[in-house]
Design a protein around this ligand. Sequence first.
Ligand code: IVH
Length: 679
Amino acid sequence: MVWGVTTQPARLNDGGFMENIKKKIEELKREIIRHNKLYYVEAAPVISDGKYDELFKKLKKLEAKYPEYASGDSPTRSVGAPVANKFVKVEHSALMLSLDSVNDSAGAEHFDKTCSKEIHEEIDYIAEPKLDGISIELVYENGHFKGGSTRGDGRTGEDVTLNLKTVKGVPKRLSGKRIPRHLSVRGEVMMHIKDFQELNKKQIEDGAAPFRNPRNVAAGSMRQLDYRITAGRKLRIYCYRILKISESLPNTQYEAIKLLREMGFDTPPNIKECRDISAAIKYHHDMEKRRDELDYEIDGVVIKINSLSFQEKLGTRTSNPRWAVAYKFKPRKEITQLVNIVVQVGRTGVITPLALLQPVEVGGVTVSRATLHNMDRITKLGVKIGDYVKVHRAGDVIPYIGEVIKEKRTGKEKTFHFPRKCPSCGAELEWEDVFCRCPAGLSCPKQMKETILNYVSKGAAGIDGFSIKSVELLYSKNLLKKISDIYALKREDLLGLDTWQEKKTENLLRQIEKSKDITLDKFIFGLGIKNVGRHIAVVLADKFGTLEKIISSDEETLTDINEIGPEIAKSITGFLKNKENISEIERLKKYGVVIHERKTNRLGKLAGKKVVFTGTLKTMTRLLAKEKVEAEGGEVSSAVGAGTDIVVAGENAGSKLDKAKSKNIKVLSEKEFREMVID
Ligand code: IVH
């Protein structure tokens, strides 16, 4: 197409037709961007993949038909691998190969024989756990961390330096006596099971979908554009290979590991020197037995020839080295029968289907329940009650159904139909796409109990003494029907109830009293507003300072805040404009709950400073830059004025820079700004 020449017939006097098309395109763009954010940033999608694809296709079709409205900022230009496109591609220092794999000892022995054919000497091996994470390259110049990238296609990956800076085990500076001029190493970013479980607990508390397994979290976190999300994820890296070094390489893999440790890297735990292949096979068996005791996921062991000169001699095939092999463990999935599907009601009324299974041992743990996520998942799996299914256990937490064994069907299987009414309160259930919800809100007992549990949780009032059981009990005794009832509980109400004795009662009452002093962010989170997790609660508290200001804000003001989209804004105003909710807040205050301002970073490097950005930032988004300023206690404004303290000048900075210079305002380059707030 030639610019300026439209392929469409002239549409003058079209009765607003073109205006409508333009509007439709804008609407679709906004909608898709919102869903991208919910999916990638908040990990809490509200529509099915199918519905998302539909929206996406619709927009693409309209843009193709009316190219005059296809703008550069359209998600159709950046989505595909939606987040990845925004990372810079980098070439690796050396090829990042993958491993050939074997599944049994015969395979391992065959590997040994193939090596021996070329190396006519005794071969000793190093056996390492095959960590289930994602492969990363880290680059150091003169001992300083310069950056890192994902494996990508092995030749080029994506620059994820900012995210890597938040990962435990990435030394900012190398230590020890032997610091090479240049060094690049390979390692695995992963999440320990304990941290994964904690994260999923938080996800569920925030009303967001839990992650499937630690590997998914590691992969997803590395591809986050907002490094603060990655920072909240407790990731670690274990390094196991020197990809390139300016100094001479050690003689063996074992010495390389020792050198990596000396320089400050974490290396895979439980590495073992093996004098021959039998010792390596024994290591595999031992590790497989210990697999469930380990606090990290491994899916096998890697057997590597120890001598680096032997490694060099054997060389590589197209994509695998000849000197190493992955000896896999038996997969952690088993076949069992799905006996029934029931539904659970969550805090915000979301109804989640749950598969009840014929108990089966998967990797040493008996599994009798598995999540089915939503109706979309059930449809995609095509699962019926009575089906035989493959149950996967990942990260030891939420087992899920990977596939249905359709060949095992007898014809007696029954299609699952979602109930029409809420199992907790009987309200007619409502559907939005594939998501089903009980509309009764806090008059639904299950939602109320979950809301109370959310209020007492660590991220909110932090009242330790409550468990699900005690909330259930007090609810059934009419002592705890809403959050504020917590503060009306008396000694005599509790004493004598089930397991409530003197000490437990005293302890709970003390904790309740203590919880009356609460910071604004925790209080907001504790209210259990739909779509308001801990992070958004902090954003609101920081932005508004007082609850009254939040209550009097409108949707427009709220959506002006970067992290808050229309969906979240609507939930907030919907909740805070509801009279019943306001009365509940008033009751809490009457019981003596005092809401304090959240402490901001008064000691930050930019405390009290007004910062203006001008020009194009090359290494970070404006959003990220703004957040960095705020994290350091500063404030970003758009125009250079009397109150401006610092101007950060990116590429092609214009009049704002001139103005700053004429007013003698401090000017920082992007590099200087980075050094101040990030590096
Ligand atoms: S060595 C050229 N060692 O397993 C040899 N890989 O394809 C490079 N992995 O993508 C791999 N733990 O990310 C090696 N101790 C370990 C490992 C390991 C996990 C991953 C690696 C690679 C995959 C195998």
